[in-house]
Design a protein. Sequence first.
Length: 395
Amino acid sequence: MTGRAVLLVACLLAIGLPSGGCGGSAATADGPVPAQRQSLSGEAVVRLSSASLELAGVELARVDAHKGRRVLKAMGKILAPQPQTAIVSYSFPGRVAAVHAEVGDWVEEGQTVIVLESQEVGEAKSEFFKLIAALELAKLNLEREKRLVENGIGVKKGLVAAEADYVMAQANAEAAEKRLHVLGFTEERVKEITETHEISPKVMLTAPVSGKVVASKAILGGMVDQTVEIMTIVDPRRLWADAEVYEKDLAKMKVGQAVEICVPAYPGEAFHGTVSYIGDLVDEETRTITVRTDVANGDLRLKPGMFANVCILRNGGEPMVLVPASAVLEEGKRKLVFVKTADGFAPREVATRAVEGDEVEIVKGLDVGEEIVVRGNHQLKSELQRELLEASHAH
């Protein structure tokens, strides 16, 4: 194999797939480095005719410096916020008598979602009505004794006894009412059953929050107890994106920073949020810290459990050398661009750093004013492959 064939092999090994994702290519440099020319070789040049360039769709752009914002990338996961998640359950055994909401339904806070029949509820209601009746009787007796004393007919001893009976009946009734509250009855519901004298073992379970039913074990006629999470409701209109950021980057983080979130389900699209929480503990194994982002989800397209690329915007307004992300070819940690030269197009190794949007910052390898290929670089790679094959067959 000739020296030119060896050179083409070296070029091919350095060329990979184009960068992508949220905010461009991943960073490969930790700080600003003066731009330096790092061509693989002056002889590594791809030459194409004007017709071939047009057919390949090769487009050029001038390397320029303008303002941008650097980003810090991290892997994350979309989560349902705990304050917006609720579990519908019951503290006592019961049978499912009615189901008013299914998985996927939107329910409002306070809406009845399940009706249970419970022996404890039936017994508590019966006891409550019995003690309410005893209270009414004690009240009437007390009023009668008061009238008798006022008319000089009754005796003081009888009035004192009636007052004691009334106080005791009142305490018993209040205890029975509190028992109903423990069983899940609100003040309004207790008042309602008191007026209607409803004696039924049924208890209505309501939604603690507004949101979507995401899980349900409610089967009509099925038995449940305090160990069963009958239904789970999540309000997904605002979600969390928890990312693991390396300990060394902690100084770059602060609450309130803008964040872009990208998920595989919607390629090329970014969801916007802000940092709401920075963890206080470092994971001893991974040396990372949890950084939480609040992200609006009014259209409900983001789903809890999704993996996400989290791009935390670090600063703004700094002049930097920026090029379209499509101009950079990757292979592992190596990155190259094709630079226009007097003879054709030469692959040039560069160092990059991620920034906001569809560009990347060039921190090493290009000079302002040079022209680079921003579209059609895959065709240039194919041309290198073709030349390699021809050179290997010829020798």
